[in-house]
Design a protein around this ligand. Structure first.
Ligand code: IPE
Ligand code: IPE
Ligand code: MG
Length: 247
């Protein structure tokens, strides 16, 4: 597909290695059309593939998508069930296509909370896409940033108790190695759709120096061109990491 934005991204050359997206706004997309929320979620699923393909075209190496948060379990039972069903359908429908495109899927979160059927579908998408080398896709499901940090603290304390690690040797690297994102660089760019200016408990540790881009577009309307626009905006940023840039 030809895209003027894609050409400009390539010309600039500095493509973010890791892009994370809080894909929000399904409910409001549906409400605007007088539709039930679950139809918004169904449309929102289509945007997932669109974003993945855009990331592949732009040459992003790692894409992390916020699919379902720890707090989302508190939504009405019917909405949670609809979301789980969609997740399962998505995993079954797209796994071959993702494998064909060289996408390796990883699932990050407290997966014990998923029901058996959703769990199996998620396991199969992970197994079937293993070895994909074009893009690593992290789907965060039943994920909360605070919970992830608490889990890391527990893992570290168990290692101390087992005598594998000394408490005084716990440092940022040791904590990072205990997160779901073990071994991955932090996101360079965070995109949030639907115009909310908040993080909503997403990747609290990893986002320390991530560039943030917020678009008013609702998730079902988010196309690859919107992703390219976010990357172009990122390419205009001056990342300082707390330092001073020499004049
Ligand atoms: C994002 O859309 C999908 C999930 C959180 C699972 P929402 O369902 O949060 O949509 P809004 O924010 O109500 O519009
Ligand atoms: C964040 O959206 C979670 C996902 C997109 C999966 P929410 O809709 O749950 O967040 P809030 O409630 O607007 O903070
Ligand atoms: Mg929302």
């Amino acid at each position: 597909m030809t895209s003027d934005r894609l050409d400009r991204i390539r010309l600039h050359g500095d493509v973010p290695e890791h892009v994370a997206v809080i894909m929000d706004g399904n409910g409001r997309w549906a409400a605007e059309r007088g539709l039930p929320r679950h139809l918004g979620h169904r449309e929102g699923m289509k945007a997932v593939l669109e974003t993945i393909e855009g990331a592949l075209e732009a040459g992003v190496g790692i894409l992390t998508l916020f699919a379902f948060s720890t707090e989302n379990w508190q939504r009405p039972y019917q909405e949670v069930s609809a979301l789980m069903k969609l997740l399962e359908l998505y995993a079954r429908k797209e796994r071959d296509e993702l494998a064909r495109q060289g996408v390796e899927v990883h699932v990050l979160g407290e997966l014990d909370r998923l029901d058996e059927v959703a769990r199996r579908a998620v396991d199969s998408i992970v197994t079937e896409t293993k070895g994909g080398s074009k893009l690593r896709l992290n789907l965060t499901i039943s994920y909360g940033g605070r919970e992830e940090i608490v889990r890391a603290a527990k893992l570290l304390s168990e290692r101390v108790r087992a005598g594998e690690l000394r408490a005084e040797d716990i440092d940022e690297e040791a904590l990072e190695e205990s997160l779901f994102t073990r071994g991955l660089p932090p996101p360079d760019l965070l995109i949030r759709t639907s115009g909310e200016y908040r993080i909503s408990n997403f990747m609290l540790w990893q986002l320390a120096y991530t560039e943030i881009y917020i678009t008013p577009v609702f998730r079902p309307d988010f196309t690859r061109e919107h992703l390219f626009e976010a990357i172009l905006d990122y390419q205009r940023r001056d990342r300082r990491f707390g330092r001073v840039v020499a004049p």
